[in-house]
Design a protein around this ligand. Structure first.
Ligand code: IPM
Ligand code: MG
Length: 360
């Protein structure tokens, strides 16, 4: 098969980790007889430097014309980078949010798996880490607090800032359906996370999720408050299969979930619209502190590329091959700094990519 992939390397460690994922994709193409054409596009800080804005219509159009988008990370140091002297809607993150919205990527899938080889890197107690876990966070990505009305104004001489958490029933229904569909392919359990004891948006969320659940009698549904969910994630992560939640709750809980897998450098993500089109990026940030040092962990990006093969290109065998190679490399004891533990072999970002290629 021939596929056109839009590539946004982005800022910070983005270029390093995406280059490793491209190496892996090239190896897959060679081994399975495919052809992947890449088109590199700018978005985020690097686009500000060249175009004056974080996202151009050109980048949006080229992404739309592609079969899938592979992305690294965007943004810089929020206290020192000149990008953060710009108004909020001209900063790198505004580019990412604009792209998610423009491409209609409402469903963000973040699988969190504790690899048995990495139980040493898991900060949880041994009894909990030993049980392992394999869950998927289905984060709503184009609504809620991220996209509600926001403004800052002076009210009676007092500076006042407002952000709005708004959802309509259609937005809730489509993400709930995605969660139940994915649960049907997994262990058939959905945990819907909200704050229904306080928020109206959460009470509507709960009602709509209950309605959608009626179409999936095989799936067990539970509702959990977001504060309790944060606690349960560190107490007993093995209880979760699919967790579905609002944009901001999902942002926070997915960072927590990533940390208990050993490192945010292990967490892949796929952002999908109603079709099989998707944008694939690691869940972590641009890590400006280690950018350009060949130290970053490329595994989350490589796992994201595997999700692209599986969900957008329907290449299951190829995705399995990538995931197995990662498993084999971890089994053989190779580790980047973030997941390093005693007795293992420390490798650089590019060496990790080479190792994974060699195991495919
Ligand atoms: C993520 C990131 C982004 C988000 C930032 C960079 C805007 O934290 O993908 O989780 O909050 O969605
Ligand atoms: Mg985040």
């Amino acid at each position: 098969m021939e596929k056109n992939i839009a590539v946004i390397k982005g800022d910070g460690i983005g270029p390093e980790i995406v280059s490793e994922a491209m190496k892996v994709l090239d190896k897959i193409a060679e081994k399975f007889g495919h052809r992947f054409n890449y088109e590199q596009l700018l978005m985020g800080g690097c686009s500000i430097d060249v175009n004056g804005v974080p996202l151009t219509d050109e980048t949006i159009a080229r992404c739309k014309a592609s079969d899938a988008v592979l992305m690294g990370s965007i943004g810089g140091n929020t206290t020192t980078s000149p990008w953060y002297k710009l108004p909020a809607d001209k900063r790198p993150e505004a580019g990412l949010l604009g792209l998610r919205k423009a491409l209609g990527l409402f469903a963000n899938l973040r699988p969190c798996v504790l690899y048995k080889q990495l139980s040493e890197a898991c900060p949880l107690k041994k009894e909990i880490a030993e049980k392992g876990f394999d869950m998927l966070i289905m984060r709503e990505l184009t609504g809620g607090l991220y996209f509600g009305k926001r403004y800052t104004e002076e009210v009676n001489g007092i500076m006042t800032a407002v952000d709005t958490l708004e959802y309509n029933e259609n937005e809730i229904r489509r993400i709930a359906k995605k969660a139940f569909d994915v649960a049907m392919q997994r262990r058939k359990k959905v945990t819907s996370v909200d704050k229904a004891n306080v928020l109206d948006s959460s009470r509507l969320w709960r009602k709509v999720v209950d309605e959608v659940a009626k179409d999936y009698p095989e799936v067990t549904l539970e509702h959990m408050l977001v504060d309790n969910s944060a606690m349960q994630l560190v107490k007993d992560p093995a209880q979760f299969d699919v967790m579905v939640t609002e944009n901001m709750f999902g942002d926070i809980l997915s960072d927590e979930a990533s940390m208990i897998t050993g490192s945010i450098g292990m967490l892949a993500s796929a952002s999908m619209n109603e079709t099989s089109f998707g944008l694939y990026e690691p869940s972590g940030g641009s890590a400006p502190d280690i950018a350009g040092q060949n130290k970053a962990n490329p595994i989350a990006t490589i796992l994201s590329a595997a999700m692209m093969l599986r969900y957008s290109f329907k290449m299951d065998k190829e995705a399995d091959a990538v995931e197995k190679a990662i498993n084999d490399v971890l089994e053989a004891g190779y580790r980047t700094g973030d997941i390093m533990s005693e007795g293992m072999t420390l490798v650089t970002c590019s060496e990790m990519g080479d190792k994974i290629v060699s195991y495919i």
